[in-house]
Design a protein around this ligand. Structure first.
Ligand code: ARG
Length: 276
C-alpha cells in the first residue's frame, strides 16, 4: 500500500485550453477561490485516511499541473527499491509539468526512468496505468493519452505483466475516468467505456465489479474516486447510486466537492499521486 500522497496546489489552476471534451465551454470559468477550498478538502480527506501528505507549489503557465496523477508512474519492488517512469504528456500544453514532478521523485530517492521519445509518443502515468493491489500486475489504458509501446517498456523494465485496455469513448479519455480499483477483489467501472474483451478481462480478475451509471460516470466522475487503503473511498459529491453500491459492498465513503476541477475533466483520483 502506498504511504505518501503528492498533491500540487491549485494556485495556477485554470481552464486555458481544451484537450478533453469536459473542458469545452469552460475556458476562464474556474472560480479560483472555490478551487482552493475544494482542493483543501480533498487534501484533508486523503490525509484523514492516514496518508503522509506532500505538497508542491503550482507553476505559472501550467494550469493542469494540479492533476498530478498524470506525470509519472511510481513503483516499489520486493526489496523496497523505489523507481518511477516519467510520462510523455500527450498535449504540448502539459509537457513541461513532468520535470517539476520529477524533482520531487529525486528528493524522495527514486530511480528515474525516461521513456524513449523516438519510439513512444505518449504516456500519462497513473491517469492510464493503475496498479492492482496485492498483485504484481498493472492495468494500462491506451488510445487517447497513452500508447501501447509505453506498456512494452514498462513490462520489459519491471518484468511485470500489463493488461492493456483500449479506450474509445472520448469522454473517458484516461483509464482513471472509467476504472477505480478499490482493492484486490473489487473494482468500480463505467462499462460503457470498455470493449467487450476489456470487460471480460475485468470480470476475470475481479470478483466484485461495481458499475456506475452513465450520468454519475460522465458528469460527476464517479469512477475517478480513490480508495487508498482498500476500505475508504473518496468520491465526488452527488454520486448517489454509486455511493449506495459502495456502502452495500462494505466500503466507507467520504464525499468531497471537486466541481471546479470537473470543469477541466478531472476529479479526486487525478488530483494526487500515491507513492511510497
Ligand atoms: N485537463 C486535464 C487534461 O485534460 C485533466 C486531467 C485529469 N487527469 C486524469 N488523470 N484524468 O489533461
Amino acid at each position: 500500500m502506498p504511504k505518501k500522497a503528492l498533491m500540487v496546489k491549485p494556485d495556477h489552476f485554470s481552464v486555458d485550453y481544451v484537450i478533453n471534451p469536459h473542458m469545452e465551454g469552460n475556458i476562464g470559468k474556474v472560480n479560483k477561490q472555490m478551487a482552493l477550498k475544494q482542493w483543501e478538502a480533498v487534501r484533508d480527506a486523503f490525509s484523514g485516511t492516514g496518508l503522509e501528505m506532500h505538497v508542491l507549489d503550482g507553476v505559472d503557465g501550467l494550469p493542469d499541473m494540479v492533476f498530478c496523477a498524470n506525470q509519472s508512474l511510481p513503483y516499489i519492488n520486493e526489496d523496497g527499491d523505489k523507481e518511477v517512469v516519467m510520462s510523455i504528456m500527450h498535449s504540448e500544453h502539459r509537457k513541461l509539468e513532468v520535470a517539476h514532478i520529477e524533482n520531487w521523485y529525486v528528493e524522495q530517492g527514486y530511480e528515474i526512468h525516461h521513456l524513449n521519445y523516438k519510439t513512444i509518443s505518449d504516456f500519462e502515468g497513473m491517469g492510464d496505468a493503475l496498479w492492482h493491489p496485492g498483485k504484481r500486475l498493472l492495468w494500462g489504458g491506451y488510445g487517447f493519452r497513452s500508447s501501447l509501446e509505453a506498456y512494452e517498456f514498462i513490462t520489459d523494465t519491471w518484468k511485470i505483466p500489463v493488461i492493456a485496455l483500449k479506450l474509445s469513448h472520448p469522454e473517458f479519455y484516461h483509464l482513471d475516468t472509467c476504472m477505480c480499483i478499490l482493492n484486490q477483489d473489487s473494482v468500480l467501472i463505467y462499462p460503457g467505456a470498455f470493449t467487450r474483451k476489456g470487460l471480460d478481462l475485468i470480470h476475470e480478475l475481479f470478483t466484485n465489479v461495481i458499475e456506475s451509471d452513465t450520468y454519475e460516470a460522465e458528469k460527476l466522475f464517479s469512477c475517478n474516486a480513490t480508495c487508498p487503503n482498500g476500505k475508504d473511498v473518496i468520491i465526488q459529491r452527488g454520486c448517489t447510486d454509486t455511493v449506495k453500491k459502495l456502502k452495500d459492498a462494505g466500503f466507507n465513503v467520504t464525499e468531497v466537492d471537486t466541481e471546479e476541477f470537473l470543469k477541466s475533466g478531472g476529479s479526486v483520483f487525478c488530483m494526487k499521486m500515491l507513492a511510497w
